[in-house]
Write a protein that binds this ligand. Structure first.
Ligand SMILES: O=C(O)CCC(=O)C(=O)O
Ligand SMILES: [Fe+2]
Length: 290
């Protein structure tokens, strides 16, 4: 899995994000920072979230058929602790869904702060690193405020064997993209910190599959993404997947607008702390949210 498409780094570095965001032919597919959090820190998070009372399913937005601006939320083999902005896609500001999201994140902020103690929240640490010191991102990183007030960055994603939609997540690559109607981003990245991975990764699945789109010639639109044979279609058009086996404590960032999938989990539990990172173009701060 270790090849030239992956930047492996000892520490977070804003210039690596610049590289990931570039359109150059040698743009990497992912940044991996091994041991971003220690094993004891990871274990602390696992114990805090393994039986969380507010765990629910994390639906993924799908744009099906002709009605492609109205997303359908589908179970995709993942549970979450936290609130996802995609629950408001296709809904107006002032709608019940938007209110629920902002009310939800208020409680989530308090809960996360409590459960992370005595450690710092690793997503907050990453944002801090992107704003200060010699490794910062040149234009900083902020919490997004797509509706005019601050959102929240840091959701827990949980995978276990045989969850509804798991086969689809595994077989059909997906993309995650904030709709234009919400806010215009130039690029979108996702950042996961792996705090529980299967004990026997070779048998247990849960590999992350990223598609190298360099040789892919057609624009990715919803017609293409809807295809049941998307995996095959991508291959036929010159895209190639690479596999990453996330290790405990890894921080991994990649472009969420490029197709990716997570292989079916056959044993154990897999848990990450995740945030999206939006790029608004040069000279502007990166924006984080869930
Ligand atoms: O769990 C992972 O490894 C990646 C999850 C994912 O699809 C994402 O962060 O967009
Ligand atoms: Fe994703």
């Amino acid at each position: 899995m270790n090849n030239h498409l992956i930047l492996r780094r000892a520490a977070a570095h804003g210039q690596d994000i610049v590289k990931l965001l570039s359109d150059a032919p040698d743009t990497p597919l992912a940044i991996i920072i091994p041991n971003y959090i220690s094993k004891t820190h990871a274990n602390h998070l696992y114990n805090q979230f393994r039986n969380h009372p507010r765990r629910d399913s994390y639906a993924h937005e799908m744009y099906l058929g002709d009605n492609s601006t109205k997303p359908v939320l589908k179970k995709y083999g993942v549970d979450k602790v936290g609130f996802a902005y995609n629950s408001t896609y296709g809904k107006k500001y002032g709608s019940i869904e938007v209110k629920k999201y902002y009310e939800g994140i208020r409680d989530h902020i308090i809960d996360m702060a409590r459960r992370c103690v005595p450690y710092s929240n690793p997503i907050h640490r990453f944002i801090k690193e992107m704003n200060s010191g010699k490794n910062k991102y040149p234009f900083g990183m902020q919490i997004a405020a797509f509706d005019g007030h601050p959102m929240y960055a840091g959701i827990v994603r949980i995978m276990e064997p045989k969850m509804e939609g798991g086969d689809e997540l595994s077989e059909k690559p997906h993309v995650d993209e904030l709709p234009l109607a919400k806010f215009k981003l130039t690029r979108q990245l996702t950042c996961n910190i792996y705090f529980k991975v299967p004990a026997q990764p070779d048998k247990a699945g849960g590999d992350l599959e990223l598609w190298d789109m360099r040789k892919f010639s057609v624009e990715l639109n919803s017609d293409i993404l809807d295809r049941d044979d998307l995996r095959h279609f991508l291959m036929l058009n010159g895209a190639k997947p690479i596999m990453i086996t996330p290790q405990l404590g890894d921080l991994i960032i990649f472009d969420s607008r490029k197709p990716h999938s997570v292989k079916n989990l056959l044993q154990d539990v897999r848990m990450t702390l995740q945030t999206f990172i939006g790029y608004q173009g040069p000279g502007k701060p990166l924006l984080c949210w869930n």
